[in-house]
Each structure stands twice: as C-alpha cells, then as structure tokens.
Ligand binder design. Structure first.
Ligand code: F6P
Length: 550
C-alpha cells in the first residue's frame, strides 16, 4: 500500500513555504527547540536544531513517517521477514550483533547458535594470529595482513581499522587491496615478505571480478617464494557466503569464515567480513563494537518516532531534498581516524537507495535520495567549504565530532573541535552586507573601498547542519554510529517505499565490462556489435595503445 498522499502533500506544501527561511530566528520563536531537536542515543549526542525545520513541520514529518508505517517496516526487518523481495531474503545484519542469549527464529530455525559459532571461530583464529601461535609456513609470526575485497567487503573493516587504530595490534599491519588496477598491488607487495604475510580474501559472492583477480595475484605471489601448496594454508584464508566458490579457489573448510546471504554486503562489517578489523583490534574490542551497534538497534526498536534518532535523521534528509535545490549532503568527520566514513556512507546510502522504482516496480514519487560526499575536517575547510558558505546551492552538512582521548600539548585537539563548532555556527548565522561593511571600516578601509569589497564577504547563512557528537571514539561508539547510519538508510528507503537491500544498478556495467574486456583481448569480435560510435572508437584507441606497449 502506498503512503497516503495527504501526508506527503502536506509536507511538500510546508516545505515549499519554508524555502529561503532563516534558521536562527527559529530558536527565539521556539523556546523548547533544543529539547525537541536534540537527543542522546547509544552514547551519541545528536543535534539537528540548526536544520531549517520548524516544530510544526517536524510534526508533519512525523506524520509522514507514520503514514509510511515506518514502525511496521522496522519490526519486519528486525524479526527477519523477507524485506528484500527482489532477492527473496531478509536483511538481518542486526542478528550479527544481537545478544546471543536471545533466540531469533526465522523460518523455524534459531539463527543465533550459527552466528555465535562463527564469531567464536573468528575469535580463536584472530587471537592465535595476534599472539603469534598462528605462524607462516616457515614458522615466522604474521606481521602483515592483506585484506582483499571491494565495496562492502572492504569499506567497513577498513573504516573500523582506521577508526580504532589507537587500539591496533603493535606487530600487525593491515593493508587493504580493493582496486583491480595492477598498480595498487604493485605498490603494496614490495613492502611485504611472503613468509610473514597473511592474505584474507573477502567476497560475499566469491564472484567479484576485482577480488578474484587480486586474489589470484596474491596467491601467485605467495607460491612464487618457497611456499608450497600445503604451506599456503598458513597464509591464505577466505570469507564468503559462497563456500563452494572458495573451495574451487582451493580453500579448505577450515580456511573459510562464513556468513549467510541474509547479510547485505554493505551491512556486513558485523559478520566474518569484519575479520581484518578483529585481527587489528582483537576480539574484545570487536565485541564492544557489536555491543555499541546493538545499543543503537535497541534504541531504533524501542524509541518513539519523535525521539528515534535514525527516523529523525531520515526525515531531516527528506525535508532537505524538498526545501533545497542542491540534492547532496556532506558528511564531515572532524576526526582523522574517521576519514573513511564518507566513503563507507556513500556505499551504504547510495547503493541502498539510489533507485528509481518502488517495491512494486513503479516510478518513485517524492524527492530522490541525496548524493552523499565528504572529507575530513579541517582539511575540507581548505577545499570545498568556500562553496558551502557562499555558493549558490545549499548543501546540508553533517558534522561528526569526537573528543580526542588525551589532551594535546599543542592544543590541536581544541583547535579541531573549535573549528567544527565554528563552521556549523558560521553556516547558520552567515554575515550580512552591513556586518561586512562595518568590519571592513573597522579595519580602516574608507567607505568606497568597503562598499566595493563588502559584497564579496557576505555569507548568506541559514545553511542547515546536524552535529553528531561522540564523547570519545571507542569501539562501542563507533558501532553505534555506523548502526545509526544503517538504520537511517533503511528508514529513507521505507519513506520512498523502495527496496534498500538489493543493488541491481551495479550489474549492467559489470556485464558490459566483461564484453569490453573480450574486445580488448580480441577474443570476441561479436562484442563490438551494437556499441555506440563513441564506445567503439574508444575501445579501438585503447586496444591500439595496449598493442603498442613494450
Ligand atoms: O558493488 C556491488 C557489490 O555487489 C556490493 O554490493 C558489494 O559490497 C561488492 O560488490 C562486493 O561484493 P562481494 O562481497 O560479493 O565480492
């Protein structure tokens, strides 16, 4: 059933009227604004009071969420209904971080014993590698781990390893290899010694071309130096939901860490896919990561809509797409360790919700999902923040702040946080022409000079932002943050009534790449048929360049 149009129409009409509205006066008009527009959930403090949403408009947005039956959709996902109909599966990443003592019965089977078993296997393996009991074929302890995988089989563990680097094992260096560009592997392997390297191949499907080619390259590299097929077992493990594929590659059952197909790739950090992160930070920290995500799951499941962080942030996003003309959202972590958060979030939101049809295959109505982008602050301030402050399109910003664990002798921790707080304030308040004039005259410029320069210094202001504050970046808070975004993504999908859990949009390009490669190799002349003139000309040009190589 479609969302009743009345709720949508009401929000759309309100949003139209709200265009160009000043944000700062909302604080005067609504004395309880801070109470309604801030909340604490699973160790995160979330402030969306600087969004261009008045209290009455928030009520209308909550009406939209009720009309979209968000609570029913949420409950269906959490209990394991087949909420991914095009692949006929549940989306049960939450089961991976559920309290193992709480059964979760789906189709008559309790999933929790299987989840607990695989987690325990991962822990045994990781602790053996970490404490040096697991050794290479020549009895050297492992010093380098090469984690091969792409998309969801890389971005989550990569983000977790970087975010928790303060807790990383001292001996183990974790490297990620995702791109099929041979240059990526060529830049990495000279730093490694086969005798002390463990290669971890992660692929849910075990069919991804980039991962398969990189895995072959790594295996050949291992075999090239005195490691025979038997010794390979000490240097090569796989993570997959397709064990048959991993067997065909030569891995034994003991070398395969598994998970089920009801875990979506971009939601899979919590599964065996998280193994590189567990190798880095250890089993206890990984369990705390799961516990933090579990706390956010509980909040999502239990908090009323008006105090439910993922629901509120999804509604903010919906509103901004209606009110603003930009169509994008920036996420700026003021925390170097979270520098890969934007990349992880891009896959999560855009692979999940970058769709044009609803669950019934009908064209979507309502705003499209925003493009997500970002870079860490303060670096970002010196690249694109100019456009955020003074550009013509407005792009809402999500600031993610963490308090560094120890005071810094040079005060860089304070500078970092001060910059984040100041940017959000500056975006909202802006600077008027008169303020610019006054400032220039106060600096000693005469009236004519001030008149000439002042327009360039005007900041329109009323640029919306949300701030997510972590009182520290520990495994539990990281888990809660990522689960917050996972649930916001699902809610955004339900508001559109689309399937957030499939990704057919990446298939066509993959198929065409197979044909294009056949053409480049000259093995399939038929692949040229039906291509447009531009594609054909470029393929021929690239082929000629390849043929001309030494
Ligand atoms: O890019 C498409 C995709 O299917 C993602 O959803 C997934 O995370 C990635 O490829 C990797 O897939 P796999 O883990 O099966 O190798």
């Amino acid at each position: 059933m479609d969302m009743p149009d009345s709720a949508r129409t009401r929000v759309a009409a309100l949003a139209l009227a709200a265009r160009g509205r000043a944000i700062a006066p909302l604080f005067e008009a609504e004395p309880d604004r801070l109470d309604r527009f801030t909340l604490d959930a699973a160790g995160l403090h979330i402030d969306f009071a600087r969004q261009a949403i008045a209290s009455g408009e928030l009520d209308a947005l909550l009406g939209l969420a009720r009309a979209a039956r968000i609570e029913a959709c949420r409950d269906a996902m959490l209990r394991g209904d087949r909420v991914n109909p095009t692949e006929d599966r549940p989306a049960l990443h939450t089961a991976l971080r559920r309290d193992p003592a709480e059964p979760l019965v789906v189709d008559g089977v309790d999933l929790m014993p299987g989840v607990a078993r695989e987690l325990a296997r991962m822990e045994r393996f990781c602790e053996a590698v970490r404490d040096g009991r697991w050794r290479g074929a020549t009895h050297r302890p492992i010093a380098d781990v090469v984690a091969i995988g792409i998309g969801g089989s890389s971005l989550g563990p990569l983000l977790a390893c970087e975010a928790l680097r303060a807790r990383a094992h001292r001996r183990l260096r974790i490297h990620f290899l995702s791109n099929v560009d041979p240059g990526a592997w060529a830049a990495l392997h000279p730093q490694l010694d086969q005798a002390s390297t463990l290669v971890v191949i992660a692929s849910k499907s075990w069919r991804t071309l980039e991962t398969a080619r990189n895995a072959e390259a790594a295996r050949d590299w291992l075999l090239a130096r005195s490691i025979d097929l038997a010794g390979l077992a000490r240097h090569l493990v796989g993570i997959t939901a397709n064990p048959a594929g991993a067997h065909a590659f030569g891995l034994s059952d003991e070398a395969i860490f598994g998970f089920e197909d009801w875990v979506g790739g971009r939601f899979s950090l919590w599964s065996a896919i998280g193994l590189p992160a567990m190798l880095s930070v250890g089993a206890q920290n990984f369990r705390e990561l799961l516990a933090g995500a579990r706390a956010m799951d509980r909040h999502f499941a239990e908090a009323p809509l008006a105090r439910n962080a993922p629901v509120l942030l999804a509604l903010v996003s919906w509103w901004n797409r209606l009110v603003l003309d930009g169509g994008t959202e920036a996420v700026i972590p003021y925390c170097d360790a979270l520098r890969r958060l934007p990349a992880w979030l891009q896959q999560l939101q855009m692979e999940s919700n970058g769709k044009s049809v609803d669950l019934d295959g009908r064209p979507l109505s309502g705003p499209s999902i925003p493009v997500v982008w970002g870079e860490p602050g303060t670096d970002a301030q010196h690249s694109f923040f100019q456009a955020l402050h003074q550009g013509r399109s407005v792009h809402p910003v999500e600031f993610v702040l963490t308090v560094p664990e120890a005071p810094d002798p040079q005060g860089r921790d304070l500078a970092l946080l001060a910059n984040a707080l100041a940017q959000a304030e500056a975006l909202m308040h802006g600077r008027s022409l008169q303020e610019s004039l006054d400032e220039l005259q106060a600096q000693g410029l005469d009236a004519a000079q001030a008149q000439r320069l002042a327009p360039h210094r005007v900041h329109p202001g009323s640029r919306p932002s949300t701030t997510v504050l972590l009182d520290r970046l520990d495994p539990a808070r990281l888990g809660a943050l990522l689960a917050l975004y996972e649930h916001r993504t699902a809610v955004m999908g339900w508001l559109h009534r689309l399937n957030s859990f499939d990704q057919w949009g990446v298939e066509l390009g993959k198929q065409m790449a197979v044909q294009a490669e056949a053409l480049l190799r000259g093995t399939d002349g038929a692949a040229a048929a039906g291509r447009d003139p531009s594609s054909t000309a470029l393929l021929q040009r690239v082929r000629a360049l390849l043929a001309g190589r030494g």
